[in-house]
Write a protein that binds this ligand. Structure first.
Ligand SMILES: C[S@@+](CC[C@H](N)C(=O)[O-])C[C@H]1O[C@@H](n2cnc3c(N)ncnc32)[C@H](O)[C@@H]1O
Length: 575
């Protein structure tokens, strides 16, 4: 066996699995399966199948998921850089399938970094509705932002928050919530030897505590009739059936539902939740500390865990996972539970934001008792400004409005222009007219969109920014670019989410060309003017949307001397 498995873990698995134990153990002799999921924000499943450079074998539980041969290197292909697919472990595709996201839903992905499931949710939303994606870890959140950007997501808000603080702002708000919980990671031992080395039996207890608290909090954020999917990549019943039994016992307004696609998986084991209770009663459970003084879950709640599912490496081609679908039994309201504030009476509050150059990092504000914004003493980077962050509807033309008093303090129900917003909108509008063929607000869509300014960065958001006040926001929406002295500089995130026809100048590079790789390496390209495909109202000089095989990948700036200045971001380049 290639992986060294902890003896305590093996002992427990043998006791749980009985006669299946040998087959389970043999699965560790095999290599983990590689997979990719087609990003249908950028290409249809059928189109990708017809042009895939890799041999694809369908993953039974995910229509857009495919197994890859072990020797493939999907991270080293121009299609990866165009965001046509996400490299994802096959079992990890099951939770979002169970969530059954529909375009227009309001979705929360609470434990989201590095973003595999968030990008899957975004694809299911197809740009409609909204995705709030969050992770507690400041280190892991960067990868989440990058993956959303690579995938061309336009309607996501990225937070770096605790579940409780989000719940205070989003009570009864979401239609669907994914809790891909922090767990002891036993299901990943084959894929990640470090996980096996670092595993300690007591991590099962600390993870169970976290899971209980997280589940309790997310229940507050779900709209009546909504759905929570809880998933882990561990085998421990303490973190799976038992966590769910405790939740169902304490939340009778929820029921466990057998997930669609369950025929591919094995059922959850209510008998293991019973066993955990017995061990607790006899004082030999790893949960002793946590469960002291807690009521054991009812037999009815425990029985429902038979409707959850387990993904076993000896039954499927994928790693170990568990998932539970928890449906709120209330009636789903067609009316949104919380109306989004009218854009005509924007509510402007002054606040201090980190003026990070790329617009990614903003800092949580502390409010003293008088409600004034102040700086977080720890972790703050760069200078703070007292500039407003402000927003208005993207649907209402370009004339900004709003009110802001001289000291930059809170001023409600605004009527006067706000400088930052006005300047940002003017710069954007002029850029949009000169460079793009797109509207931020699709006339056929009922979803409102809001312009938000943080420092000198402009975003368009599916959410009125006032709901985010006081939260640590990494991105309040789709990052369009920065403005300074009336000039607008387009962001990379703008380019990756555009379809070629939305830019007035385009350059298409052939998939297998040296030019494609040179562009991805950040090199300047020499391009004759007639290769720049231009709309009738522009000439070749200016912003060019660079595409590889017809899929947007980044910006270039064509200059009179025939050089295409490369705008592909330094940290993203082909190495
Ligand atoms: C299993 S991983 C998530 C993987 C991710 N869903 C994906 O598909 O790429 C669990 C994540 O939960 C985060 N986390 C841990 N405790 C958390 C908490 N209390 N609230 C939110 N996130 C938390 C961790 O930082 C970690 O990134």
């Amino acid at each position: 066996m290639a992986v060294q498995l902890p003896p305590q873990f093996l002992q427990r698995m043998e006791q749980l699995l009985g006669e299946e134990y040998d087959a389970f153990l043999q699965s560790y002799e095999q290599s983990p399966r590689a997979g990719l999921r087609v990003n249908t924000l950028k290409i249809s499943n059928e189109q990708f199948q017809s042009k895939s450079p890799f041999e694809l074998r369908p993953i039974p539980w995910c229509e857009t998921g495919y197994y890859l041969n072990a020797e493939e290197r999907p991270g080293k292909h121009p299609y990866y850089y165009s965001g046509l697919y996400y490299i994802q472990e096959p079992s990890a595709m099951s939770p979002v399938e169970a969530l059954q996201v529909e375009p227009g839903d309001r979705v929360l992905d609470l434990c989201a970094a590095p973003g595999g499931k968030s990008t899957q949710i975004a694809a299911a939303l197809q740009g409609q509705g909204l995705l709030v994606t969050n992770d507690l870890s400041a280190d892991r959140i960067r990868a989440l932002g990058k993956n959303l950007e690579l995938s061309g997501v336009r309607n996501a808000i990225v937070l770096n928050e605790t579940p409780d603080r989000i719940a205070d702002r989003f009570e009864g708000f979401f239609d669907k919530i994914l809790v891909d919980a922090p767990c002891s990671g036993e299901g990943m031992f084959r894929k990640d030897e470090d996980a096996a080395r670092q595993w300690l039996n007591h991590s099962v207890e600390s993870c169970s505590m976290m899971q209980r608290d997280i589940l309790r909090t997310v229940a507050r954020m779900l709209a009546p009739g909504g759905r929570i999917v809880y998933s882990t990549c561990t085998f421990a019943p303490e973190e799976n059936e038992r966590s769910i039994a405790v939740f169902l016992d304490q939340h009778p307004e929820f029921q466990a539902t057998v997930p669609a696609g369950s025929e591919h998986f094995q059922p959850g084991q209510s008998k293991w939740a019973v066993q955990v209770e017995q061990e607790l009663a006899e004082g030999r459970s790893v949960l002793n500390k946590m469960a002291a003084g807690e009521q054991p879950p009812s037999a009815e709640a425990i029985a429902q865990t038979d409707r959850t599912v387990r993904l076993w490496p000896h039954h499927i081609e994928g790693e170990g996972h568990y998932l539970a679908v928890l449906d709120h039994t209330g009636e789903r309201s067609r009316e949104r539970s919380i109306a989004i504030t009218s854009a005509e009476t924007v509510d402007v509050e002054a606040s201090a934001y980190n003026k990070a150059g790329d617009g990614q990092a903003t800092e949580r504000m502390r409010r003293d008792k008088s409600g004034h914004a102040g700086k977080e003493p720890k972790g703050a980077q760069g200078g703070y400004t007292n500039e407003n962050h402000d927003r208005r509807s993207a649907a209402k033309g370009s004339k900004p409005h709003g009110k802001h008093d001289k000291k930059g303090q809170s001023a409600r129900t605004a009527t006067k222009p706000v400088n930052g917003l006005e300047e940002g909108l003017l710069a954007w509008t002029s850029f949009q007219q000169q460079e793009l063929n797109m509207q931020l607000q699709d006339a056929s869509s009922a979803d409102p969109r809001y312009m938000i300014v943080y420092g000198s960065n402009l975003y368009v958001s599916p959410l009125d920014e006032q709901r985010l006040h006081g939260l640590k926001v990494i991105r309040p929406g789709w990052y369009l670019g920065t403005f300074k002295n009336g000039r607008f500089t387009a962001s990379h995130a703008l380019a990756t989410a555009l379809v070629p026809s939305e830019a007035k100048r385009r350059l298409n590079l052939a998939l297998d060309s040296a030019e494609s790789i040179a562009y991805l390496k950040g090199q300047t390209l020499s391009i004759a003017a007639d290769r720049i495909e231009c709309d009738p109202d522009v000439t070749a000089k200016g912003y060019v949307l660079v595409c590889i095989d017809g899929y947007s990948v980044g910006w270039g700036k064509w200059q009179q001397d025939g050089n295409l200045k490369n705008e592909y971001p330094a940290g993203w380049r082909w190495m």
